[in-house]
Design a protein around this ligand. Structure first.
Ligand code: ADP
Ligand code: FDM
Ligand code: MG
Length: 206
């Protein structure tokens, strides 16, 4: 069986990541794939509960301390994620280390310092960056509820994301309709999954 693919959706708040992750998981399951959703921060763990308290303003934490907690929240998920990928389950992931670096750097921490704790995490096979101008994000439901949902910070976050953007990232225009974005994201994901299966077949024939 081919290794599962790690499909990451990144982007600023309200770009539609969670909506698209849920739609992608459902569509891939309907096509017979084994697929699971992961999200970061994963707020159900002990570390995740501390992150949740910080994001909802019920707890204050030093910028570097919260950065390290976000990273630790990924590390504590790593073994289970690796196991699922090895078993052939695809993972659709809602935010990851790029969000970690983008938000903390936008707050004023050094980019290189921010990247260090995430070094060695399992690497995504496909990164889809959902790009939405901040002014549009503000008009969407729920904006402003949590600590980081402020225009000035969001604009800086978007700038850091665009600096981090590697050439293999797929940029999705998040101003499009939910359905149009879904079709584009599903196509990219299926193509990546087919590539993985093909590589495995080729390896068997050698
Ligand atoms: P994120 O997880 O990136 O913060 P969500 O998926 O939670 O974003 O979507 C934020 C809000 O915007 C929700 O109210 C959602 O229904 C709406 N929304 C999502 N995608 C679109 C879209 N393509 N066009 C218009 N509104 C959208
Ligand atoms: N966030 C998310 C970070 O600051 N660092 C991280 O490593 C991650 C994964 O937490 F404002 C921020 C980004 C966002 C908030 O929001 C989480 P959602 O709605 O749970 O994605
Ligand atoms: Mg979300």
């Amino acid at each position: 069986m081919a290794r599962g693919r790690f499909i990451l959706l990144e982007g600023c708040d309200r770009a539609g990541k969670s909506t698209q992750c849920a739609m992608l998981v459902k569509a891939l399951q309907e096509r017979g794939h084994s697929v699971e959703l992961c999200k970061f921060p994963e707020r159900t763990t002990t570390i995740g509960q501390m992150i949740h308290a910080y994001l909802t303003n019920s707890k204050e934490l030093d910028d570097k301390a919260i950065h390290l907690l976000f990273s630790a929240n990924r590390w504590e998920a790593m073994q289970a994620m690796k196991r699922k990928l090895e078993q052939g389950t695809h993972l659709v992931v809602d935010r990851y280390a790029y969000s970690g670096v983008a938000f903390s750097t936008a707050k004023g921490l050094d980019l290189k310092w921010c990247m260090n704790p995430d070094k060695g995490l399992v690497r995504p096979d496909l990164t889809l960056f959902l790009d939405l101008p901040t002014a549009e994000a503000e008009r969407r439901g729920g904006f402003g509820e949590e600590r980081y949902e402020k225009r000035e910070l969001q604009e800086k976050v978007r700038e850091v994301f665009l600096r981090l953007k590697a050439k293999e990232w797929v940029v999705v225009d998040a101003r499009k309709s939910i359905e149009a974005m879904h079709q584009e994201i599903l196509n990219e994901a299926e193509q990546k999954i087919r590539e993985g299966e093909q590589a495995k077949e080729d390896a068997l024939l050698e």
